[in-house]
Design a protein around this ligand. Structure first.
Ligand code: ATP
Ligand code: MG
Ligand code: MG
Ligand code: MG
Length: 439
């Protein structure tokens, strides 16, 4: 991508409305724009990051055996009347009337709809286990939308829903998501801690929130230090191995971790003082086992091996991609801007032409741009006429992991400077060496 032809509306000044660093940086880097309170457009740079986050989420859902579909954002109120949640959900639900005066709503979550899809076509236990997910916009009319896309009214959620014949099978499905979440957050460059959680309006009795620690987090959390050192389940994790997945769950829930709602002061006090972690956190994912809470009122049953009808046991599993993007920034930035983990960086490398119009610089930049692109890298080429200082500031602000700086003096010797955004380390090398190093 040539910056001169791209759309990346950088802000020079700090936007006043932004209270936390991620919101400030997302606005300054031209990643998002607020359209009305708590409702955002994702501009091209932001969209690139969001797509990469979604891709990782998808890969790990698929690896665990979940299957993607797509459900609509608008739902009929009837389904929610069946489950009994239409009244319960209260003011967070955006209720809409269509032209025939039918009650509709903008979905805040999809338990009812997926249960309806399930009951309309699944008849036998032989079709189980089944886990269906989508990545779709949700709407919750939050009392206090704030911090940009961290707590917005319209937001993206990956929501998965599992169906099993028995509670034991459902716990295995739960453990699959538990392991998939650990892998997902790790690949996003985050250390998420699973914490026993309150189930809120989703209901149920077995639930964990995945929390990343950050000063600006809205939840107060208490945990054992040890989490920082636990191993993440590998790529070779066997998701059909019931005992193996239970062992992962047991390990990750063996030491204390709870949000303030579930906090047990005595249990926390029993941890040696130096191992106690009392901090603030951001909820980035939440998983629930809720048994027959929806299958019962909505009549979702299958025939079991005994020939009888059984209500299915269900769970639901949410991750917030549009919250994860600012959460990653909260965890990874410095005074100059964002520092993207390589896995979600909007571009892998930025080639900075210090003197566009200079024949040698242009030639070297063009060949690097083409060569890196051919090697499969996402390359941003800063071919603009901005001052050097502005170019450096922009590259640092948008947080691309590697910068290749091409100035007239070194270019004359076929040399460029390669800068690591995270460490700030700079190295001069030939453009061929730079290409080899980065590609
Ligand atoms: P919170 O406690 O922050 O209000 P929640 O517990 O209501 O979140 P869940 O129903 O558990 O949210 O939804 C699953 C995931 O969706 C959350 O873990 C979070 O990542 C994301 N999410 C929920 N509400 C929002 C929001 N208003 N803006 C952005 N992401 C959200
Ligand atoms: Mg909420
Ligand atoms: Mg919550
Ligand atoms: Mg939650």
């Amino acid at each position: 991508m040539r910056l001169s032809r791209y759309f990346m509306p950088i802000l020079k000044e700090n936007p006043k409305e932004a209270e936390i660093v991620s919101h400030r940086l997302m606005l300054r880097a031209g990643m998002i724009r607020q359209q009305s309170q708590g409702i955002y457009s994702w501009l091209p740079l932001g969209k690139r990051v969001l797509d990469k986050v979604n891709k990782i989420i998808r890969e790990e859902q698929d690896r665990s055996g979940a299957i993607e579909l797509s459900m609509p954002t608008l739902q009929s109120a009837e389904l929610w009347q069946e489950s009994g949640r239409y009244e319960d959900y209260g003011k967070e639900m955006l209720r809409i009337k269509d032209r025939q005066d039918r009650a509709m709503l903008y979905g805040p979550t999809n338990e009812e709809m997926i249960t309806d899809i399930f009951r309309s076509s699944v008849r036998s236990y032989k079709s189980l286990p089944l886990n269906l997910y989508h990545i779709q916009l949700k709407f919750r009319d939050e009392i206090r939308p704030r911090f940009g896309t961290m707590r917005s009214r319209e937001f993206l959620m990956k929501d998965a829903y599992s169906f099993d014949l028995t509670k034991e099978d459902a716990i295995h499905s739960y453990n699959k998501m538990f392991a998939a979440y650990l892998r997902t957050f790790d690949r996003l460059g985050l250390r998420a801690i699973p914490m026993r959680a309150d189930t809120g309006p989703i209901g149920g009795n077995h639930s964990h929130e995945f929390i990343i620690l950050a000063e600006t987090g809205e939840s107060e959390v208490f945990s054992h230090e040890d989490f920082v050192h636990f191993d993440i389940p590998g790529e070779d994790t066997d998701f059909d191995d019931v005992a193996g997945l239970q062992a992962i769950f047991d390990k990750w829930t063996s030491v204390y971790a709870a949000t303030s709602e579930m906090h047990d002061e005595a249990a926390f006090g029993a941890i040696p003082e130096t191992d106690r972690l009392s901090a603030r956190g951001i909820e980035v994912g939440h998983i629930f086992y809720f048994g027959t809470k929806y299958s019962e009122p909505m009549g979702a049953k299958v025939q079991g091996p005994d020939g009888k009808e059984h209500l299915v046991h269900m769970g639901s599993y949410g991750i917030g991609p549009t919250r994860l993007v600012p959460a990653i920034i909260e965890a990874s930035h410095d005074e100059n801007g964002i520092i993207w983990p390589a896995s979600v960086a909007p571009f892998d490398v930025v080639v900075i032409n210090m003197k566009p119009g200079d024949e040698v610089c242009d030639r070297l930049c063009e060949s690097l741009y083409a060569g890196l692109g051919k090697a499969g890298k996402d390359v941003l080429y800063d071919d603009t006429d901005e001052r050097a200082g502005t170019k450096f500031a922009t590259a640092d602000l948008i947080g691309v992991p590697v910068q290749v700086i091409v100035g007239p003096r070194s270019a004359a010797n076929g040399e460029v400077e390669v800068k690591d955004r995270k460490t700030g380390e700079r190295q001069v090398m030939t453009s061929g060496a730079a290409l080899n190093r980065i590609a």
